[in-house]
Design a protein around this ligand. Sequence first.
Ligand code: DI6
Ligand code: FE
Length: 413
Amino acid sequence: MKQSVWLNAHLYTCATEETGGALRDGALAVRDGRIAWVGPRAALPEAWRKVETIDANGAWITPGLIDCHTHLVYAGNRADEFAARLEGASYAAIAAQGGGIMATVRATRATAEAALLAQSGKRLAAFAAEGVTTVEIKSGYGLDTPGEIKMLGLARLLGERFALRVRATFLGAHAVPPEYAGRPDDYLTLVVEEMLPRIAALGLADAVDAYHERLAFDAAQVTRVFAAAQRLGLPVKLHADQLADNHGAALAARFRALSADHLEYTSEAGIAALATAGTVAVLLPGAFYSLREQRAPPLAALRRAGVPMAVASDCNPGTSPTHSLLLMLNMACVLFGLTPREALWGVTRNAARALGLHDQIGSLEVGKVADFALWDISSPNELVYALGANPCLGVVFGGQPRPRPDAGDQSHA
Ligand code: DI6
Ligand code: FE
């Protein structure tokens, strides 16, 4: 039995809604990689006072941060498209000309596994340096069976290399690859009859996602993919209502999706459906910002309906080329109007729920895995307030302390 007690720390437990769970001068006891006691230092039970102590030096401790929506395995970049958009080209027009997602598919297919691992590893290192201990990674830049398997395998490998918790999501229904141009339903037959069963058999996916937009897949097509996922026992998530109200939220809710992501154009009816289904709303301010969108997600209605809200990076080369979840906290507040408490819960407690991991991680509560981050800050609001600062001192992963990794360190990759 391995046990220790963290003292001289302030805790942000994400366990009490009103305060967010802020607790000054707390104590946190860890036994065999799980949280065994948490509370005010003065109330620490006698038995724990005899155990090895670790001095946090006055740091704040939060749950390890969770990025519940990324596409971080990809090759190349799309800086030239960014420039073209600033000169007036639209995201949809660039995609129609063979750019957009397809540009990244070409680059990713053409890149050998080792190089793809190295490029993606740099991004993961940047997230890890900011206190992120769990990352969701989607496929969707392979769009053929070997390509999708390569991406999901790399996602798993990255988790091992960096000793982070990685959840891999199969996003075969991201776009129609050139071999199937004009034949989306034939492509989806490949997704449903070949890719999905093979990926499920290999244990390479924890969930299945689809891109439901006018420039991607419609409701009937998404339904095919989701029905197949459900037959295999895999939970679903959906890119929904980002650029128009396609009733994506209601579609996600119909399949009891873990999350519906983006939601800028979601209607009241869609929000009611999310609330009933217990589906998490994942807000992605990086994509909203990069595309210079005007319409923010319907925050007031989400709050009224009591839909849990998460915040994620959407790290991808087209619409959200960021490697900073801390920056997303700030953007979620400044651009969307979240409170700092909502933003912080969005990358901890509610992000865990968006991955179906809320029994395991996302808060500092007895029984949860001892994943936490230590911060050189004077209040939790500081994490949200700063633009481009990184006050992370290090993380504890499954009870194992680990100093802050260097974001530029390539020895991992
Ligand atoms: N997530 C996605 O998958 C797409 N938008 C988004 O928010 C597009 C990704 C890309 O352009 O590569
Ligand atoms: Fe996305």
